[in-house]
Design a protein around this ligand. Sequence first.
Ligand SMILES: [Zn+2]
Length: 435
Amino acid sequence: MARLEEWSSSEVAVVAPKGARAAKAEQNSAYGSLRSFFLSPFKVLNFDLRPQTFNVMKRLLLTLLAGTLAAPLLVAQQTPGQVRPRPAEGREPEFKPPTIREYKPKSQLVTPQHPVPRAKFAVIDIHSHQPTPISPAEFDRVMKGMEANNLQILVNLSGSSGDRLRQGADALRASKYKDRMVLFANVNFSNVAPGFGAKAARQLDLDLKAGAMGLKIFKDLGMFDRKADGSRLQVDDPELDAIWETCARNNVPVLIHIAEPAAFFEPLDYSNERWLELSLYPDRRHQDGVRFEQLITERNNMIRKHPNTKFILAHFGWHGNDLARAGKLLDQNPNVYYDVAAVLYDFGRQPKAAHEFFIKYQDRILFGKDSYQPDEYPSYWRVFETNDEYFDYYRDYHAFWKLYGIGLPDQVLKKLYHGNALRLTPGLSRSAFTD
Ligand SMILES: [Zn+2]
């Protein structure tokens, strides 16, 4: 033990306590595990040299060993994406570690705070879900959140089709909040067989005449919808061509949600950045079945085949985590746009790249939120409008990281908040927008 203590103090400037605490100190000091590893051969060989002379040799040997043996050993433990094991590797916390849900460290960072409770300019939420038809009482409730956030128009993507869509459109026309909510129609993709596309296109024409201002496609297409013969309905199935062409002919956009975040398709291990969310929500796990890249390929085939149809890809097409890829898709397809619904965590964790992207593609991005929670919108306003640093996201199971503002200029904010939506969706009322 004397040898250990001496080495401790000279090598790592740790004065080891005497007696029973010494063993613990060895284990707890920064190089504890390495030290016992290197010293074991000397113990085994039972060297009987005086510490003073032995120390010099030992240092030399250890330096050599550290360079030749230890470094490759440490590197070998690393797998791509992992950080180098810290010297304290192997130590155990003295206190019972918190669970993933218990650990909520309070940041000590003191930095200017600029919460934005209300958007700077009037907003069109191109990606909302509301009851169809909506009751006057429910609309009253929704309006409170809209007024608080400066939301001028909600696009209710759950507009349905046929009778229900007509009832929904009638309820909105009769409402005292006329022009504050509009509907997008939906297509029911069950039992797709020859002739389905033409029939669905006729129904869509009727729905658009009844007041729908666009078409919304749910994520079931590609992932869950089956054809009459039992096979998976591919996003680029030619039977659906008539539907996309109907939207082009009527000059209305298709807001389409295909696939899910790539992480939802990846193994459910502790390196999955959505582990907690996937553990909480079984229906978000896509460990089997069609893969992410397959769905994206089908979606892109379909987009290319219908250049006159305007496609708004919900959730940034799930490319918010890879802006180079997101930009390439826009460059190659002038008919493609993105909404920002439910992927704020991806912009807020790369503020510099996101800022540049939103400037470069300022005519191609639309504001959308998805689930209607009035108290969650201010997180969006803050990311888009400020340069605040290191603030909380609104859902801890979505993102294990803090957000940063991307500080967009006014002209870009106006396009994001309403300008692009007005240009793409001719049916929307322009009366509230002065620019
Ligand atoms: Zn949605």
